[in-house]
Write a protein that binds this ligand. Sequence first.
Ligand SMILES: C[S@@+](CC[C@H](N)C(=O)[O-])C[C@H]1O[C@@H](n2cnc3c(N)ncnc32)[C@H](O)[C@@H]1O
Length: 238
Amino acid sequence: MIETPSSPSQLSDFDISESLAPSRENKAAVTTKVTFDGLLKEPLLLKEDLKDGCGGQLWPAGMVLAKYLLCRHATDLSDKSIVELGAGGGLVGLAIARACRLEKRIYITDQEPMFSLMEANIELNNLTPNATAAILNWGEPIPSQVPSKPDVILAADCVYFEPAFPLLITTLQDLLGPNSVCYFCFKRRRRADLRFMKMAKKAFDMEEIRDDPGAESYNRENIFLYTIRAKRSGPKKQ
Ligand SMILES: C[S@@+](CC[C@H](N)C(=O)[O-])C[C@H]1O[C@@H](n2cnc3c(N)ncnc32)[C@H](O)[C@@H]1O
C-alpha cells in the first residue's frame, strides 16, 4: 500500500478557502454542524479530527460536491447503489444519506486510519441503517462488501499526492461499470494535479459539469466538478 501524506503539515500548500470550509486554527477535535446553506433541514454533525490524517476535516471540494448533489440530484440518487472514495469523515456520502431517501445503503470508504472517524460520524447522525464505512485502498482489489460496479461513485478532493494518481485511476477503472457515473470534485493546487486530469481524460470519458449555479464562485478557487464514465469504446488499462 502506498502511504499518502496524512498530516496537514505535509500538505503545506493546501489552500483552503474560508468561504467554503471553516478554518481550523485550533486543531483539536471538534464537532461541526453543516446544513449546506439550509439544503439540509436537519443538520449533519461531523466530527473533525486531524489526528489520523488529512481526511479528518472538511475540505472545500467536499462542500462543493455535496451542495451540487443536494441541489441537482437529491431525488434521482434514491434508488442508486453509491460508493464514496476518499471519504475522510464522510461529509459527502453522509449528506446524501441524510437528505435522500436511499433504498440501498451507501458505502463511504477510505484508508484504515479514517475508519473510526467514518463510523463515529455515521453513528453521530443515526445513519447506521443507511450508511456503511469500509476500508478501500486505491489500487487494491475492491473489498467484497463494497458493490463492485455501483451506479454512482463520489470522489471529492482526492487529487493531491502524485504517487496515488495511478492508484485512483485503477480503482475508478475497477468500479466504473458501463452504466456507472462518478461525480468528481477536483481542486487544482499544483501543476502536478493537472497530470492526474490528463491521465483521467485518457482513461475515461470526462465532462465538466456546467449547470451548477455556484460554479462561477468555486471555479475562481480552482475547484471544478466533473462526471467520469467508462469509455464507450472500453476502458484502456494503464
Ligand atoms: C483531502 S481529503 C478529502 C476528504 C473528503 N473527500 C472531503 O472532501 O472532505 C482526501 C482523502 O483521500 C484519502 N486517500 C488518500 N489516499 C488514499 C488511498 N490511496 N486510498 C484510499 N483513500 C485515500 C485520504 O485518507 C483522505 O481522507
